[in-house]
Design a protein around this ligand. Structure first.
Ligand SMILES: [Ca+2]
Length: 92
């Protein structure tokens, strides 16, 4: 029998992204790790650096290493709300 855990198995796990955007005016780099840092504030891109940001590119990607094979039944995704251009509009 399999159990279901209602926990964030991605929290603070290693992450990877196709590129990392840099903007000296807004805190420097926007690393992939921010996606799993536990801060889901969608408007804090420029305040407390809660969001990731890749370069503008074709087929950008982001990934997390969950550490083991898990049957994931749900993903909570929070898009940025402080700017509308370039937000993620499809997830595979
Ligand atoms: Ca975050």
């Amino acid at each position: 029998m399999y159990g279901r855990l209602n926990v964030n198995v991605a929290l603070n796990r290693p992450t990877f992204m196709s590129s990392t955007f840099y903007d000296a005016n807004y805190g420097g780099y926007f690393p992939s790790s921010r996606a799993v840092d536990g801060n889901n504030d969608p408007v804090s891109y420029q305040v407390d650096n809660s969001c990731v940001h890749s370069h503008s590119e074709i087929n950008p990607w982001w990934a997390v290493d969950l550490g083991s094979a898990l049957a994931v039944v749900g993903v909570l995704f929070t898009n940025r709300a402080d700017e509308s251009w370039g937000n993620v509009n499809s997830i595979v």
